[in-house]
Design a protein around this ligand. Structure first.
Ligand SMILES: C[S@@+](CC[C@H](N)C(=O)[O-])C[C@H]1O[C@@H](n2cnc3c(N)ncnc32)[C@H](O)[C@@H]1O
Length: 267
C-alpha cells in the first residue's frame, strides 16, 4: 500500500468495502453477545468501525503496520469506548503485542493478507490471539488476479526501470492450489476448518478512467519512487495495462473480476 495518502484510500475503497461486507456476512450465524474482535490490517478502519457498531460487540482492536493508516482510523473511525487502533506487524504479534494472547473471540482480516509475505506466520498468530473456540475469518487472493498483473507489469515497464530497478515488490498473493491453503491452515493450529473452501469471485467496475486510477493509486506501493511530476503519466500506463485485462461493455464501463477465497476457521 502506498503510505502517503490514506484519505485517498479511504475515498476510493468501494471494492475493498464490498468484499469486506461479503466476508463479514459469513459471521452472522455464530455471533454472540460480548464479542471481542481483532481486525488485522485494518487500514483506515471503516470496517473496524462497522464491526464495533454491532450491538453484541464489546470491543474491537484494529491493528495495522502503517502508523499513518492508524492515525487516520483513530481520527475518523472510532466508536466511543469500543474501538482501539494500534500500530503492529501481523507477522510479529507475539513479539510486540504479547497481551493479545488468547484475548479475542473473533479475528478478522479483509484484503490484507496479499500484502503480507509470511502468511503462515500471520495465520499462526491469529490462532494464538484467539480464545478457545474463537474463529478467524479471512479473505485470501489468488496469484493470477488482474490487479497482480498491473502491479507486477508496471514494475517491469522499461520506461520506468530507472526509478524502479531496485524496488522489491510487496504484493504477494498466495494460492497455487487449494491444498496449499488447507495445509497452511492446519499447520497454524486451527482445529476446525472446511475441507472444501468455496471460491469467492469479486469484481470491480468503473465508468471513468478517474475511478480506475482512483482505485489503483493507493495500491501502487512503488509510486513514491517516481518523481511526483510523473505520477499521472505512470498511473496512465498502469491504467492501460488494467484496461487490457478488463472487459468493456457497450455503455463504456470497464469490468474485471478475480478469484479469491473467503475462509472461516475455528481454534
Ligand atoms: C488493502 S488494505 C485493506 C485495509 C482494510 N482491511 C480494508 O478492508 O479497507 C491492506 C492493509 O494491510 C496493511 N498491512 C500490510 N502489511 C501488514 C502487516 N504485516 N501487518 C499489519 N498490517 C499490514 C496495510 O498497511 C493496509 O492498511
Amino acid at each position: 500500500m502506498n503510505d502517503s495518502n490514506w484519505e485517498w484510500y479511504s475515498n476510493h475503497r468501494d471494492s475493498q468495502q464490498s468484499v469486506g461486507l461479503d466476508l463479514l456476512s459469513l459471521w452472522t450465524d455464530d455471533w454472540e453477545n460480548g464479542e471481542i474482535v481483532l481486525d488485522i490490517g485494518c487500514g483506515t478502519g471503516e470496517l473496524t468501525k462497522m464491526i464495533a457498531e454491532r450491538d453484541n460487540v464489546k470491543s474491537v482492536i484494529g491493528v495495522d503496520i502503517s502508523a499513518n493508516a492508524i492515525e487516520f482510523a483513530s481520527k475518523n473511525n472510532s466508536v466511543d469506548g469500543k474501538t482501539q487502533y494500534l500500530v503492529g506487524d501481523a507477522m510479529l504479534l507475539p513479539e510486540t503485542l504479547s497481551h493479545f494472547e488468547k484475548a479475542f473471540t473473533k479475528v478478522y482480516c479483509n484484503e490484507a493478507l496479499h500484502w503480507m509475505e509470511d502468511k503462515q506466520t500471520v495465520l499462526r498468530n491469529a490462532c494464538w490471539c484467539l480464545k478457545e473456540t474463537g474463529s478467524f475469518l479471512f479473505h485470501i487472493d489468488r496469484v493470477k488476479s488482474p490487479f497482480y498483473n498491473v502491479y507486477h507489469k508496471s514494475i517491469d515497464l522499461p520506461k520506468w526501470m530507472k526509478y524502479l530497478k531496485d524496488f522489491q515488490p510487496k504484493f504477494c498473493p498466495f494460492l497455487r492450489s487449494l491444498k496449499d491453503l488447507q495445509d497452511m491452515i492446519s499447520r497454524s493450529g486451527f482445529k476446525k476448518y472446511p475441507r472444501t473452501i468455496e471460491r469467492y469471485h469479486y469484481s470491480f467496475s468503473a465508468d471513468t478512467k478517474d475511478k480506475h486510477i482512483g482505485f489503483l493509486r493507493p495500491l501502487m506501493t512503488h509510486l513514491d519512487l517516481i518523481p511526483a511530476s510523473l505520477h499521472e503519466d505512470f498511473l496512465e500506463d498502469c491504467f492501460q495495462i488494467f484496461q487490457r485485462a478488463s472487459t468493456k461493455t457497450e455503455d463504456g464501463v470497464l469490468h474485471w473480476s478475480a478469484e479469491a477465497f473467503h475462509v472461516k476457521v475455528y481454534k
